[in-house]
Write a protein that binds this ligand. Structure first.
Ligand SMILES: Nc1ncnc2c1ncn2[C@@H]1O[C@H](COP(=O)(O)OP(=O)(O)OP(=O)(O)O)[C@@H](O)[C@H]1O
Ligand SMILES: [Mg+2]
Length: 281
């Protein structure tokens, strides 16, 4: 589903590289599927996209796309391969740093290893326009650090009440403990826009009341659509397996909106800045 973007002026707009982190509080709300489909949609819109799989769970990105990782970050430290070799190429040329390669252990590396890794990342940074991070569910320290280092934090929630309360819990910790105040809310598995807006209002009602400060913007919604789960059985992204489905159209629209929007207050950091921040070196 390649579409030229010239008329929307995205590729020529010279946006800084962007690091967008996806997290949720509650598990199973669709983060991994959203990240995979968005990454492909953005790549089809002319962006060079890297996906950081920061969830060492069962539904790893390489698994749902039927890809096989060859190397790990440990192999990079032993000088065996470069970081580029650890990345696996997915549909539309998206690059994936698989969770099994050691992403979740990055924060526990020694100083020397972190500096070594940064050197490797430097060689990669200029080749990437956008990095998307698929986080584990919950409010672990790892999730917090990835969110903290990212330039934009997307919180994914569904209309289920437990998902809304868990999204609130995540935002609360980020605000109170990590002093992060900007979030984008993406509603997945909504019936329609009004269903999604209802979730947005419910959540902002409590954040306004109890947390006061955070600015939460409404990023949009992805409808509940069986093609998303059907695609997994084919080990394909919904966007490729069912390009005309309502979910695929929503993924494309979301990708366009994310690429076009440039909210005030976004730091013009680059990929290296993100890694420095994340690894604290
Ligand atoms: N828009 C949608 N419509 C229908 N089903 C969906 C949609 N989005 C995700 N799903 C289904 O929901 C399930 C969970 O999705 P996914 O694994 O992406 O969630 P997750 O948030 O990454 O979970 P975890 O927290 O365990 O990492 C999958 O079976 C997926 O097919
Ligand atoms: Mg997941």
């Amino acid at each position: 589903m390649k579409r030229p973007l010239a008329e929307r002026d995205i590729t020529t707009a010279k946006h800084p590289p962007r690091v967008i982190s996806f997290s949720s509080g509650k598990g199973g709300v669709g983060k991994t599927n959203i990240v995979v489909n968005l990454a492909i949609a953005m790549a089809d819109l002319g962006q060079r996209v890297m996906v950081l799989d920061a969830d060492l769970g069962l539904a790893n990105i390489d698994v749902i796309l039927g890809l096989t990782p060859k190397y790990t970050i440990d192999n990079v430290f032993s000088g065996y391969v470069t970081l580029k070799d650890v990345l696996i190429e997915g549909p539309s040329g998206i690059l994936i740093l698989p969770a099994g390669s050691g992403v979740t252990e990055l924060l526990n590396l020694g100083e020397g290893e972190k500096l070594f890794l940064l050197d490797e990342i430097e060689g990669l940074g200029n080749d990437i326009d956008i990095m998307l991070i698929d986080n584990a569910a919950g409010i672990s320290e790892n999730v917090m650090y990835f969110n903290l280092a990212a330039q934009q934090r997307v919180v994914v929630a569904t209309p289920e009440p437990t998902s809304i309360t868990d999204a609130y819990a995540l935002i609360k910790v980020m605000v109170n403990k990590y002093k992060v105040n900007t979030f984008s809310l993406l509603i997945n598995m909504a019936r329609d826009e009004s269903d999604a807006l209802k979730v947005f209002r419910q959540l902002t009602l409590v954040t306004d009341r109890f947390l006061g400060t955070p600015a939460i913007d409404y990023l949009g919604f992805i409808p509940r659509d069986d093609t998303v789960s059907n695609a997994i059985c084919l080990q394909k992204a919904a966007l490729n397996a069912y390009p005309d489905s309502i979910a695929s159209k929503a993924f494309m629209k979301l990708a366009e909106n994310l690429l076009i929007s440039r909210r005030e207050g976004w730091s013009d950091g680059n990929i290296k800045f993100f890694w420095r921040h994340l690894l604290r070196v």
